[in-house]
Design a protein around this ligand. Structure first.
Ligand code: GN1
Ligand code: MG
Length: 375
């Protein structure tokens, strides 16, 4: 990998990369950002001749996960350009309400270093923060609104021009098949220790196909979706508490509205962190569930179909099942995909998400009732 390597002068290394981008002023500070399981991120502070500071986000694109970084950037450039246009037309401030890509001096949206790593830079939105846990229920209503609005703003984006940067990313049916293939292979000899967990997925393998099958039958449309709608992928305005901007656009692709909704519920309406090991703490907070639902459905009214709205609770249940299987699969394969910070971290994450699936199954009727209330 790149500059995490010990003994390397990070400042020098990053300065070299940054010199390929037209940033304002000189680099005075590099702050590593540890959120996120996939990419490596730094916040950069520069200072111009008048002593005014400027802030940027520098990221290396993880090429184990994103096999074609240029297509990732093509999608992001097209989508952010579209968002800028729409936000401007609505009288908003695109530089605060959407990501802004800083193009390198050679006109490309990335720079490739001598090791073949792809680097990109965004404006860092100031006066706003991301949170791993929900600060108050109102924020969650706002987050629901922001993710809903994101889809609404992209409703007229030419979806066929988007590249499938991770094919079958939320094809839950295929995800299940991939999971059982990893069980079959048992690359690291870990299967014997997780037999009850594997059984959990066997029992749910059929229902996992529900939304994918509906889409194939034309009952659910493909939308331009974000596909990674964690609460910490929203910037909340420090002053107003409004959800200002949706970030982390790497996985913007054609997808199902219910999965964007569901992934956000999975993360934000859980009463515990994604890797909490005390499973008695992992519950579904129905008040937060309702707040997010009200915001999301409110922002997508007149745009999502009845079938899409009716299936939102399934989106939550199945995306959680899908992620649980992805975590366990990575555990079985030796933790190559999701960055881990301790032994059995992916197993802990998998068990946590499985508990959340059980919670959603328990509350399912209630979830459906709340969803139809806002329809
Ligand atoms: C990964 O890196 P991050 O935190 O944005 C993953 C998502 C998972 C999430 C679970 C490209 O997202 O699909 O839901 O971890 N992103 C990718 O926390 O696989
Ligand atoms: Mg991400």
């Amino acid at each position: 990998m790149h500059c995490d390597k010990k003994g390397e002068n990070i400042t020098e290394f990053i300065s070299k990369i940054v010199s390929h981008f037209p940033l304002a002023g000189r680099l005075i500070k590099i702050i590593p950002i540890i959120q996120g399981h996939i990419n490596t991120t730094y916040r950069l502070i520069t200072e111009d001749d008048e002593g005014i500071p400027h802030s940027y986000a520098l990221q290396a694109i993880n090429q184990y996960v994103f096999k074609n970084p240029e297509e990732v950037m093509e999608n992001i450039c097209a989508v952010t350009a579209h968002l800028h246009k729409k936000i401007l037309a609505a009288g908003g401030n695109p530089e605060r309400e959407a990501l802004t890509v800083i193009y390198a001096k050679d006109g490309k949206s990335f720079h490739i270093d001598e090791r073949g790593e792809y680097w990109r830079i965004y404006h860092f939105i100031r006066g706003a923060s991301t949170y791993d846990t929900v600060q108050n229920a109102r924020h969650l209503y706002n987050a629901g609104y922001a993710f809903g609005r994101f889809q609404t703003l992209l409703a007229d984006f030419p979806i066929h021009t988007l590249k499938d940067t991770i094919p079958d990313f939320h094809n839950t049916k295929k995800r299940m098949a991939d999971f059982f293939a990893a069980v079959e292979k048992d690359e690291c000899g870990r299967v014997k220790d997780v037999l009850p967990e594997i059984e959990f997925f066997r029992e749910r393998a059929n229902e996992a196909s529900r939304l994918v099958d509906m889409q194939a039958l034309g009952l659910l449309p493909l939308r331009v979706t974000h596909n990674d709608t964690k609460y910490n992928n929203i910037m909340i305005d420090d002053e107003t508490g409004e959800a200002l901007c949706v970030i982390d656009l790497d996985t913007v692709m054609p997808g199902l509205a219910a999965y964007d909704y569901g992934d956000a519920i999975r993360f934000a309406a859980s009463t515990a962190a994604e890797d909490e090991t005390d499973l008695s703490l992992v519950n579904l907070d129905m008040h937060l569930f309702e707040q997010f639902t009200a915001g999301f459905v409110g922002a997508t009214t007149g745009f999502l179909t009845k079938a899409e709205i009716e299936n939102l609770p399934w989106g939550a249940r199945l995306i959680t099942l899908e992620l649980a299987s992805r975590f366990l699969k990575d555990h079985l394969e030796g933790d190559k995909y999701f960055r881990i910070h301790r032994e059995n971290h992916n197993l802990d994450r998998a068990r946590n998400q499985m508990k959340l699936v059980l919670e959603m199954e328990k509350h399912f009727d209630e979830m459906c009732a709340i969803t139809s209330k806002y329809m």
